[in-house]
Design a protein around this ligand. Structure first.
Ligand code: ZN
Ligand code: ZN
Length: 203
């Protein structure tokens, strides 16, 4: 998995570059209920945003046990996911001396290995992490600074997995995706839209 320190490092340099160095990135606390239906639009000043990313998973559990049993033949169990759900929540506060302090908390949902059922988060490359924070930056501008940049529809299109085809959609293991379990995974909305589209074609 990509460590939080890598995310934080890229976040800090990106947000400083964007002129928003008053924003800090933190790990989402474990006690936050992230089920989509339980989250209201604004929760104690926290505003939520889902991001869909690409990542590569390597099951360490399978990799370790296989390398132990077959020393020469090290088989790595890995898969790529076009439906990697990252959930952010953000809040902007004023400190006692009137300065703005923005806080962003993030959670990457885990996916399970089809061989041993061990759950883990994937690896995001630098380009993907930078893209994620660029989208987050545009959202922060819109939500907290009332900057009108792009409409939601455009944002939704940009958020959709690239080079998506039927095969990729079907290959997402929804039963082993924590993002699907809590209702945030884009896969759920993609399949819903496809059903709508199919109905439309039949009519
Ligand atoms: Zn495994
Ligand atoms: Zn999912």
């Amino acid at each position: 998995m990509t460590s939080f320190h890598i995310f934080q490092h890229i976040f800090n340099s990106s947000f400083e570059f964007y002129g928003l160095s008053e924003w800090l990135l933190e790990i989402m606390p474990d006690n936050v209920n992230l089920t989509r239906t339980n989250i209201k639009q604004s929760n104690n000043g926290w505003i939520f945003r889902r991001h869909n990313a690409h990542s590569k998973f390597i099951c360490m559990s399978c990799t370790e046990s296989t390398s132990h049993l077959f020393r020469q033949k090290k088989k790595i169990n890995s898969w790529s996911s076009a439906f990697t759900t990252i959930l952010f929540r953000a809040r902007l506060d004023k400190s006692l001396n009137g300065q703005n302090i923005g806080r962003i908390q993030m959670k990457i949902f885990e996916q399970g290995c089809q061989t041993c059922n061990t759950f883990s988060t994937g690896f995001l490359d630098e380009k993907e992490i930078k893209k994620t924070f660029y989208r987050l930056y545009l959202w922060i501008l819109k939500v907290f600074y009332n900057v009108k940049l792009i409409d939601d529809e455009f944002e939704e299109i940009c958020n959709q997995p690239q080079r998506l085809n039927r095969g990729q959609i079907i290959s997402h293991d929804s039963s082993r995706c924590d993002g699907c379990k809590v209702g945030w995974c884009q896969y759920l909305y993609k399949t819903k839209n496809m059903t709508k589209l199919k109905k439309h074609v039949i009519m």
